[in-house]
Design a binder for this molecule. Structure first.
Ligand code: SAH
Length: 398
């Protein structure tokens, strides 16, 4: 697939967002489709006055009917395009990989100019997610480009995210190139973690919290830590490495807790005697702990996405407020709350308001001492503010 035969003609004025380099073309912007393009085919996007606006992947099933590969009239979307773009994205992460850090996102979709394509590197294995029909159409070229850019021994596909259905695509997982090694693991901040790339959440590990785990580690010394929504123990191990007095880790998933225990065991330098694990619903368990009068000096709240879009914001806001309120009550004076939201539907300002409301209701005198976001390998392109999803606040209770 090389030639771009199809044409999307825009309604008058609807080329404006493309002039600002926003990479999405919504159904309502399109006046007509010419050339009967196949799903995933490359089409030319033409303004009402006939001027070229972009070259994009055609996605007839989605409300986002087009995702831009290039704004350049001369761009050819072919295998070489993906070799070039993926190589460029991977090279931009070179400084983020070393002996102490062997896991890194190397392609972050729209924010790397590659809509619908995610690639996470875990040592010699790279896990890709193809999330749009345009990405799907270039599956082999993408896998080859990833291998070329990284030298990976296995390129494994985890195209099982819900958003695939919006593009009319079924889920698919399995190796694309090479065979999946018996065990996949990474080193992060000198700590070892196994990564379950076949069955783990997302592509297996929450790489986006890497910088925040390092921040938490710096604040953990001597503290009684509560890590709520611990998944495979990322923050737990970071806290122990930082000298935490104790760490209670909670998750509702038995599989996650088993991985977390396993990860702790991979690091004999950490004192497993300081770690306690609890399979429980965080909402109920925080209430139990409060009713018992327990206190902590550092609490991490890293829940799953309560609000995938703004339509879920109100219900999600109540859930965020609930856990933050309980956490602020459980904190001893001088304690720290590291609280996160990965909901695209809740922006940083709203999240801060929710936490502020929780502090009022908890009667806590508290102050933000640091704002956090996703790690540097998860950039937010300035032309794609939707790419900003993870925000965090480090809050000191006085
Ligand atoms: N902090 C983790 C990532 C957290 S992902 C890291 O750094 O790796 C969110 C986790 O919350 C998942 O492991 C999921 O199993 C868990 N979870 C979701 N809802 C929950 C609930 N109500 N109670 C407890 N755990 C929950």
């Amino acid at each position: 697939m090389v030639a771009s035969k199809g044409v999307l003609r825009l309604k008058p004025g609807r080329e404006r967002s493309l002039a600002l380099r926003h990479p999405w073309i919504f159904s309502g912007a399109i006046a007509s489709v010419e050339g009967n393009p196949e799903p995933g085919a490359t089409v030319d996007v033409i303004a009402a006055d006939g001027a070229f606006a972009a070259r994009a992947a055609w996605s007839p099933a989605s409300q986002i009917r087009g995702r831009v590969w290039s704004f350049d009239l001369d761009a050819v979307i072919d295998e070489a395009f993906f070799t070039h773009s993926i190589g460029h994205a991977a090279r931009a992460r070179a400084a983020m990989l070393d002996d102490e850090h062997t896991g890194c996102r190397i392609v972050h979709a729209e924010s790397d100019g590659l809509p619908g394509i995610v690639a996470d590197r875990y040592g010699d294995t790279v896990v890709v997610q193809l999330l749009s029909v345009g990405a799907e159409a270039w599956r082999n070229a993408i896998a080859m480009a990833v291998q070329q850019a990284t030298g990976a021994r296995c390129v494994f596909e985890r195209s099982d995210a819900d958003v695939r259905s919006l593009e009319g695509l079924a889920t698919r997982t399995g190796p694309i190139l090479g065979a999946l090694p018996q065990a996949v693991g990474i080193v992060e901040g000198g700590l070892r973690y196994d990564v379950d790339v076949e069955h783990g959440q997302k592509t297996g590990f929450y790489l986006d919290q890497r910088d925040n785990r390092a921040i938490l580690r710096q604040h953990a010394a001597g503290r009684r830590v509560l890590n709520a929504f611990c998944y495979s123990g990322g923050f737990t191990l970071a806290a122990l490495a930082g000298g935490a007095k104790s760490v209670l880790s909670i998750d509702s998933s038995a599989e996650a807790l088993a991985m977390a225990r396993g990860n702790l065991a991979l690091n004999p330098g950490l004192d497993a005697g300081r770690a306690e694990w609890r399979e429980a619903d965080v909402f109920g368990e925080l209430r139990n702990l409060r009713n018992r009068g327990d206190q902590y000096d550092l609490i991490v709240l890293d829940p799953p996405k309560f609000a995938p879009t703004a339509a879920h914001a109100q219900r999600a806001a109540r859930a965020y407020k609930d856990i933050n309120l309980l956490a602020l009550k459980l904190l001893a004076p001088g304690g720290l709350l590291a609280t996160y939201s990965c909901s695209g539907g809740i922006d940083a300002a709203l999240f801060q308001k929710i936490v502020a409301g929780a502090a009022v209701d908890a009667r806590a005198d508290a102050a933000i001492i640091m704002r956090m976001g996703a790690s540097a390998d998860h950039p937010v392109a300035l032309n794609f503010p939707e790419g900003e999803y993870l925000k965090g606040l480090l809050v000191l209770k006085r």
